[in-house]
Design a protein around this ligand. Structure first.
Ligand code: PGA
Length: 261
């Protein structure tokens, strides 16, 4: 799954959803995906874990990938009230999990060490970590974005190691672009994705680095998705706001698959 030959579209529902709305969403999503089944894309949504059972209990998910938004930094069962470990996610068909989203870094003080620990636990369970990195407004204005993101990736990669890193996906999400409607300039996306690719090439070998999907996230919509995914070294998108309703997510998927309606 998530081969970079196809355009990867991953939704991040954040704290959204309800049992009733999820049913409607899922019906619409599966029928849209059936309509555009010939499209060269792969689709997944990171949903709140409380809904994983609702989704995984269906037998008709087809090629749609179910994902989580977070995982515990502890792998063993134990006295960690409120936490959900990777083994639990696996039981509910969870194929990938976001780690290191800027909202988790901000509100839950997740460091690069914690992000790498979580990624390692996911990998041990065969779940793909979707590792998020990205600079804030200040770093961008100070011309320090490349340096900051490089440091994040270097630190996380060295803690995960060159073998296991090949099974990860990365998302470059400039913090100032998330939920703001201000998508990053194409030239900035291109530059940062090249930086990420070059770093991975130096960390592992060139071919393996080329196979690691690099996504862009931050105010992606059905309107701007095409130019983003056509940018060099961009293998897909991580979509927040536009993924919570099929009105926008459906259009976005159709645009990506080249099937405009
Ligand atoms: P956004 O969120 O698409 O609403 O900007 C992206 C994300 O936070 O992953």
């Amino acid at each position: 799954m998530f081969q970079k030959k196809k355009t990867i579209v991953i939704g991040n529902w954040k704290m959204h959803g309800s049992v009733q709305n999820n049913e409607v969403f899922l019906e619409e999503l599966l029928s849209t995906m059936e309509d555009i089944s010939s499209g060269d894309y792969e689709c997944g949504i990171a949903i709140p874990s409380i809904y994983l059972f609702q989704f995984s209990s269906r037998s008709d998910l087809g090629s749609f990938h179910l994902g989580a938004q977070n995982v515990a930094q502890w792998s063993d069962f134990g006295a960690y009230t409120g936490e959900i470990n990777a083994k639990m996610l696996l039981e509910f068909d969870c194929k990938f999990s976001i780690v290191g989203h800027s909202e988790r870094r901000k509100y839950f003080e997740e460091t690069n060490e914690i992000v790498a620990t979580k990624a390692n636990h996911l990998l041990d369970c065969g779940i793909v970590p979707l590792v998020c990195v990205g600079e804030d407004q200040q770093e961008r204005e100070n011309d320090a974005a490349v340096e900051f993101v490089t440091q994040q990736v270097e630190q996380i990669c060295s803690l995960i190691g060159p073998e296991k890193i090949k099974k990860c996906i990365f998302a470059y999400e400039p913090i100032w672009a998330i939920g703001s409607g201000k998508v990053a300039a194409e030239s900035d996306i291109k530059e940062m994705h090249e930086v990420l690719r070059n770093f991975l090439e130096s960390f592992i070998d060139e071919n393996a680095a080329h196979d690691i999907p690099l996504l862009y996230g931050g105010s992606v919509s059905d309107k701007n998705v095409i130019s983003i995914v056509q940018t060099e070294n961009v293998d897909g998108v991580l979509v927040g706001g536009a993924s919570v309703s099929m009105e926008t997510f459906g259009k976005l998927l159709q645009n990506v698959s080249g099937n405009h309606q």
